[in-house]
Design a protein. Sequence first.
Length: 474
Amino acid sequence: MLTLSSELEGKRDLQGLTEFLDYCSQVAREDAHFKIASITLEVDHIDPLAVLEQIYEPNELHLYVEHPALQLAVAGAEAIVSGNFSGKDRFDQARRFGKNILRHCIAIGDVDIAFGGPHFFCSFTFFDDAVSGDPFPSTTVFLPRWQVSRRGGVYAAVANVRVDPECDPIPLADKVWRAHRRFRSFSYGEIGSAEATPPFVPVAVRETGENGAFENSVRRALERIDSGTYEKIVLARAVDLQSTQALVPLASLNALRIRYPGCYAFSVGNGGGYSFIGASPERLLSVGNGRVHTEALAGSAARGLTAQEDARLANLLLKSEKDIREHRHVVASIVRRLRHLGLDPQVSRRPELLQLRNVQHLRTPLRADLPNRLHVLDIAAELHPTPAVGGTPRSPAMRDIQSLEGIDRGLYAGALGWYDGRGDGELIVAIRSALIKGSWARAYAGAGIVTGSDPTKEMQETEMKLDPIVKALH
């Protein structure tokens, strides 16, 4: 990627932008290959979700992630280049796709601020190969036309423009200039002017599969654990919901980010009318400043209605032999896979509590110094799926998930996020989620099964995890 940030100093006007795009067109003619002009501007306060609501088009790709407690939010919409990949090397294919595009990117503006410059947005289904007819490919990577973000108190707007060898830079410059002027002082309409979104009223809630199927799957999994096939497996279930009116996925997402500020609220659009939304407590990994951060998240308990009950449930979780054993399986697997990459992870001595509105988990952070050669997708390929959503050992657990669950996971428990030109980025685990189209939705939840698991209690755990996403639907 060629960066020309200094060239724009003193020329932050329409004429300077036109000259820049004309330069990109000249380079495109010399190379006989289109160029991507990426223009970054630091802007005043902007809410990426509110922007996405205004520019959202159901026939365009989009990806949005926000973690309110971390003051992190980013949205990318309208792909100017995209790629779909499948198979065991799909993470590597996605990395090489971005590398090839970056060879033809020319960046300008405030590229050194948080989320400055071109970012690729990506989603990976749980399994390497999507089932025929799935709404989302097994891997999607795209460079958005528009990107807006917040990290801490820094707000950025990025426009990515395809510049062909013989293009006229004047209309391109005019379009980008008008968009950036809008983003500099974004108008959200008059307070109270927006119509209230009607509440979600399901007319049917149906288990995807026969009643009792999930508990029977847990029993079969316990038999295989007893026989030594694996130590842990995560089993999921899903419920289908039908409403009398069309659902509004971004309104549901807004409800989730307000109610669960300690989670990653997310939305992915496939460009064909399907949205996949959720509020995940789990980060797969983040890479930046020469370090990789990941975490083990396994072991769950409800929250109490009073302070004393809440503390009692937390104490029981921290001392639960079954939950601690499940958690250790996840930690050990992550450590082993990071070491396989040549990393030396630092691990907290004991798990901490991650307390959300309706549930609390055991959580162990892990971090490691990172050699320059490793891309965020190199590490993601090794980690995904962790035993927190798959099982251990991985191969037999993955095989049995398909035979025991009886549902198509799709993006559920997959990975989604972004990466930049340096190979830095962040991916989250897409759990506590729902697939939406029109007036129909499918909500997913899972539970980790180990020796000592009780089918009835595991069913109750999935009900506890399904409740937030169902209540958030609008």
